[in-house]
Design a protein around this ligand. Structure first.
Ligand code: SF4
Length: 431
């Protein structure tokens, strides 16, 4: 069970540098957290973090249930193990958990021959496809702070999903010049100069055409090709990108239209062109709800990304056929195990299939129903220690519990299920 980390006992304040926020993939660790009956963020107005913390106020009964009937943890584990044992092809979806949770789920998936896909699997595929087809040219938050002199946000305002992004990009002390920020086709709500006070300039441009047309034209202009009737705004932006010492392209695969991988590949080609004469890199905004972590752990454990099946027959990857929505719609699987430990904003999809939900306590009401086993689990960084991968994929950050609600972690539940399925006896490995 969970322990409260040193210096963060109930009623105390976790000081900046001692608390890591788990509510988006930026994993901010520079803010303080007041713990107690309510959790309060200090030093940031981040709406995403505040919503995540508010969802942990008054979390009420922390009781597992089987078919809508409250029960103890052992009974819920027994029922879950029985349903997993009876399944021919289970789908492990959601996967909103930390490194240890994902490692344990991977082992459980191997025992039952399951397919694994994240709740944000669809949004992750363009970046994965780009990586598989052409490689990557990514940058990090530290590189942006230290080197970037031009940041171009393509098709995203950056802050809707990652509210503290620009604060995390603020130049380090002693950097010789601040970066200019340009929003390209970012839509409504784009930040202004007042929102990014450290920037040397903040501009928003919206050329006509869809995302692919815009990026293809920009890439051609950066490449120095002559284009009849080239858009003047894009031509000026291309010139600025060529003149920059370190240009960073920020993109958000979740905001791309269908076939967004084409846009990702065009951006990569553009970066490769820039890197012939100067330096440039991409920063991918995504990976919330543990998506970055789930895919990272899956890749290093199996050699394949998510949307793969693992088990006694070996491993197989299919980014289209193994999409959760498709598998459920076509009834290609016969059980859904859904994991959502960070917020109640990630409920399991409705399905007539048997469901096992390892979920945030806020999901209790929607999941305590016939056909479902519900086990409330701890949230890494709140009532459990853990580790998560940051959005730039280079840093794994530790998370520390600030209180103990007596909830099991996802890893503990998954290990208990492995124990039941491999020994055939219940309650051999308590959670
Ligand atoms: S930006 Fe993300 S990690 Fe940072 S405080 Fe907000 S939700 Fe937490």
């Amino acid at each position: 069970m969970n322990t409260t980390s040193d210096g963060a006992a109930a009623g105390a304040a976790a000081q900046p540098g001692t608390w890591t926020c788990p509510f988006c993939s930026l994993l901010c660790d520079g803010f303080a957290l007041e713990s107690g009956s309510s959790l309060r963020l200090r030093g940031s107005d981040c709406p995403r973090a505040r919503a995540g913390l508010a969802a942990l106020d008054d979390i009420g009964a922390l009781t597992p249930s089987v078919d809508g009937v409250a029960c103890d943890l052992d009974a819920a584990l027994d029922a879950a193990a029985d349903r997993l044992a009876a399944a021919r092809l289970p789908l492990f979806g959601g996967l909103a958990t930390d490194v240890q949770g994902m490692r344990a789920l991977y082992r459980l998936a191997n025992v039952r021959g399951a397919i694994l896909d994240h709740a944000h699997g669809e949004a992750m595929m363009p970046a994965l496809r780009m990586l598989q087809d052409r490689g990557q040219m990514f940058t990090t938050l530290a590189e942006i702070r230290n080197r970037a002199d031009l940041i171009v946000c393509v098709g995203t305002d950056a802050v809707s999903g990652h509210p503290e992004f620009f604060r995390r990009c603020a130049p380090v002390e002693g950097k010789d010049s601040a970066a200019r920020v340009v929003f390209l086709a970012a839509g409504e709500g784009t930040p202004t100069a007042a929102d990014i006070p450290w920037a040397s300039a903040v501009d928003a441009v919206s050329p006509p055409g869809d995302a692919f047309d815009t990026v293809a034209m920009l890439a051609a202009l950066v490449d120095g090709r002559r284009i009849h009737d080239a858009d003047g705004v894009l031509a000026a932006l291309a010139e600025a990108m060529r003149a920059a010492r370190y240009c960073v392209i920020v993109w958000e695969p979740a905001r791309l239209p269908p076939h967004g991988a084409l846009v990702g590949e065009a951006l990569l080609r553009l970066l490769m062109n820039l890197n012939r004469k100067t330096r440039a890199g991409a920063f991918t905004l995504g990976g919330n709800d543990g998506a970055q972590t789930a895919n990272g752990a899956m890749s290093w454990l199996s050699g394949l990304p998510l949307r793969s099946r693992v088990g006694p027959q070996g491993v197989g990857h299919d980014p289209l056929q193994y999409a959760s929505a498709r598998l459920l719609e076509e009834r290609a699987v016969d059980l859904l195990l859904w994991v959502a430990s960070f917020t109640p904003g990630l409920p399991p999809p409705q399905t007539a299939l048997p469901r096992i939900v390892l979920g945030h306590p806020g999901l209790t009401a929607g999941c305590a129903q016939a056909g479902s086993v519900f086990i409330p689990v701890a949230t890494p960084g709140i009532n459990a220690d853990g580790h998560l991968l940051r959005s730039d994929n280079v840093v794994s950050l530790p998370l520390y519990a600030v209180r103990d609600d007596g909830l099991p972690t996802v890893a503990e539940v998954a290990r208990a299920l492995v124990g039941r399925l491999t020994t055939g006896t219940a309650a051999k490995e308590g959670a």
